[in-house]
Design a protein around this ligand. Sequence first.
Ligand SMILES: [Zn+2]
Ligand SMILES: [Zn+2]
Length: 332
Amino acid sequence: MRALVVETPGKFSVQTVPDPTPGPGEVVVAVAAVGICGTDVHIVDGEFAPTPYPIIPGHEFTGEVVALGAGVSAVHEGDKVAVDPSLFCGACHYCAIGRGNLCENWGAIGDTVDGAMAQYVKVPAANCHRLPESVSLAQGTLVEPLSCAVHGFDKLPRHLGAHYLIYGAGTMGLMMLQLAAHAGAASVSVVDLNAGRLEVAQRLGADAVAASADAFGRPQGWEVVIDCTGVVPAIEDALTRVRRGGTFQQFGVAPSGATARISPFRVYNDEITIVGSMAVVHSFGRAVELMGKGVVDADTMITHSFGLDEFPEALRAFREGVGRKIQIRPAA
Ligand SMILES: [Zn+2]
Ligand SMILES: [Zn+2]
């Protein structure tokens, strides 16, 4: 099969490699589409620590099941599926307490084993989720990032009529916006420095958008403030916008060595909750259902599609911040 192989950081090419064969409990999926996300770029650049090289990246994908390993009965050939990339060990302390995303032996398809930037990918049958009729294979690539956003909401207090403030109108910020609106927010305001992105946020239901939260005239602050940028000045600003008794969520990925200033007095005196959210756990199936219900405007979210050989162009578009979700269609 043809696959994008990252041999060492910075060195990648489309190559012919052996087709995967399914082991017990596994299936092979013919990849229809795979989204590019920041993690893929970190893998290409050698900035994602758990990556073994060489590797085929790609963890936000859909396709059709084409081969079954021994003992697989719940998944059938011809099933159109989105695949939860999580590979948790099931044996460590965190897996035992139901927090597999913190697994001591954490792995993921496309991050620590070969992924979906290829014609075929081998996956555990248990990770396959059939797509509803209403979700196309191209749209279904959004299930994985949506499942991260759903996990983020699992970690937030849920009160109807809360006011939300979101930093960053990239793919994840826009997903959090759509989920907040669906979850009964009284209002959702979005901050981004890019006017084009703010326009999209508005189209997707933001009540107010601006380059600075000062523009919203809400000195009492917001019950829920979510950072989807990972950028320290944004995070420091966001922390000052939390209403007394409110919650700040760190959803965006900051560089591992970054530090940000907080006011311990405010955390104490105003009873501010600070909560993190990392990847996917127990949220993939619900993301499939929310996609099926149309909670996310998939056609607005996916703006570019490239063939496997066009990966360098796709990567350039991603780095330049062009559009929103960029996907690769290995069969094209
Ligand atoms: Zn991703
Ligand atoms: Zn584990």
